[in-house]
Design a protein around this ligand. Sequence first.
Ligand code: CR1
Length: 794
Amino acid sequence: MNLTRESFRNDILHHLKFTVGKDAGHASTYDWRLALSFALRDRIVEPWFASTKDTWDHDHKRVFYLSMEFLIGRILEDAAINLGLKGIAAAALMDLGQDFDTLVHDEPDAALGNGGLGRLAACYMESMATLGCPGYGYGIRYEHGLFRQRFETGQQVETPEDWLNQRHPWEFERPESNYTVRFKGHLEERHGRTVWVPGETVIATAYDTPVIGWEGRWANTLRLWGAKPTTLFDLERFNRGDYTAAAEPETLARTITRVLYPDDTTYAGKELRLKQEYFLTSASIKDILRRYLEAHDDLTELDKHVAIQMNDTHPALAGPELIRLLVDKYNMTFERAMEISQNVLGYTNHTLLPEALERWSTWLMGTVLPRHMQIIEMIDAAHQKANPARPSSVAIVRNNEVHMGELAFVMSHKVNGVSALHTELVKSQLFPELTKLHPDRVVNQTNGVTPRRWLKLANPGLAKLVTDTIGGGWEADLERLSELEPHIADAAFREAFMAVKRGNKVQTSNWMKKVCGLNVDPDAMFDVQVKRIHEYKRQLMNVFETIAQWHEIKKNPEGDFVPRVKIFGGKSAPGYAVAKEIVHLINDVGRVVNTDPDMRGRLQVIYPANYNVTMAEQLIPAADLSEQISTAGKEASGTGNMKLSLNGALTIGTLDGANVEIREHVGPENFFLFGLTAEEVLTRRKNVKHAREAIEHSQALKDVLQLIAEGRFSPDERDRYHGLVDRTWNSDYFMVASDFADYQRAQAEVDEAFLDRDRWARMAAINTARMGFFSSDRSIRGYMDDIWGAKSAL
Ligand code: CR1
């Protein structure tokens, strides 16, 4: 179908009239945005059908990615770019008196995730479509995504996110695709079989969003489950006038998909969360088997045609659920069912933090999912029997708890970590005993990010420079960025590279003026730390360094300082008091710094509220310095680190997660390394006085803690941070004190490098040129080859 500016204009007008129900004279930005989205969506439908048909016709192996989170962000521009229609769409809109960018900015983020884990799932969906890997994402259609963050007197306040209050133009509701999901009740033995008589049921209904790959050559489906009651309402009670009781079934169902749990680092043990996890898993597994049985009849061959990936342990009930269906519904023996399930399943581990590893009390599991509790015990017993050497300390069920990590490990043929270092730690620290029993099971797949969104869309200036320099095609072959390298010797190229960066910084300065009301100098160094607020990520160390810098300038107001804008972005989990205190401190320090005339042209702190995917697209292309400063051994991979480096920011970072590999790729001379290694952290922690000794050694840090303790940043409540200062002196589990001096040393090197504009330009350009490895296309190829046994259909 030949698409022109004129025909696309007509498509938009058609949808405005017939789908949105507005005429051009009375249409709002929202109406136009919907019309544009529908017109673009039409263009996805053909390749989407074609991909589905191709998969059926050729019986391609399908990959199913089960994830409690998909942090997609906006869809419109991404779809336009992948379809190659951004130019035509913008031109057609111009004819209609509308502005493409304005419509793009009207779209709310689909914020169905917390942070890296959810955003990784979104990048992987896009890469699978780009590579023609036949696949489906399965998730939950949360009514409310991640909360909105506001600051009130510097403190985080959460309000509900409401993306579904508007029409969501990208999805197709599939009321015919629904499954009953059961909870609670009891088990009965009937004719030698176990029968689960449920106590509660809800219906999972599918909502499909097509995911279009680069150049529209292939499209996959993201299937999100919504919950509906099995009986609409209790008519008898309604007629009696008891309206609340009458609505009970509806309330029960809607509660399940009401909200995304806003924490990615702690395990809460809440019944509702377990129900959500089972809801996702059960509906998805049933859907997978239904689709399989439409074309095959031998369930023992499932692994030849199906691969299921569990994104962390959240969908780890996939193992017991698959076994349950194979045994209870399809009459297979337990042993056979377990073997088949293991061949089909894979498990990605995303964290070593003990507080994030899911465990459920056997009581809760037995109450909510009685049949699954039984099957889990059978899995555990079978695994123990097959591996007599297995110590009881790694049993799936121990101390009256079901350990989801061990369950996922045992039920998978492959377990993967998300960076080289993390994978080694998964083997040596998290699952040492299980790795001994199954030495080939744990493999590495270093994370990646999609260059379509994180370069082409987010940084059009740099994308254009890349294309002008090495030609097109890098979008789907990111290793080609290395062809930039010879051009870096050329002064004109470096100029152009820096001009793009400056343009992005000017644009971001204007944006900051709008959202924070502050004038920011685009020639200052943009020093960026954007990610969830967590102690292990050590935003606190960054604030301490900011205070130290402020103090330096105060002591020497006539001195020469490299001007810096400290930019923070990120949300704290609502119940995470220590992280909220850090949020408060950043804002408190910001207020003092930003109103101090001595800081003018030298130091600023910017912390725009409500960091999300869209804000990341704004900030990352404007960054000069990328802060990747987690306590070594704690950040499984990181993906923001990749996005920033890809966009020409230099990293100051520890040897943690994927930083290690980024540094190897960009070269140690183009990376500001500091800090203890993962091993050194463990040794140092044995010294109970590690913090005290480090503070005694650093006058700067001592001063910082003194200033905070005196209430210099909280004059309205001088003792506000006494607890924080006290913890830093006396416990400091995340080693802020121990790494501080070396961090300051590295920051001084950053300043020096930044002063030499040309040297900085080389280093920044080299970062971009050497980031080809970190494309999520490379990651997905790794999964396809090493874990899924899936082939590209293209
Ligand atoms: C990790 O903390 C990693 C992402 C994606 C996070 C981060 O380092 O980049 O996963 N883990 O792999 C997580 O959210 C629940 O665990």
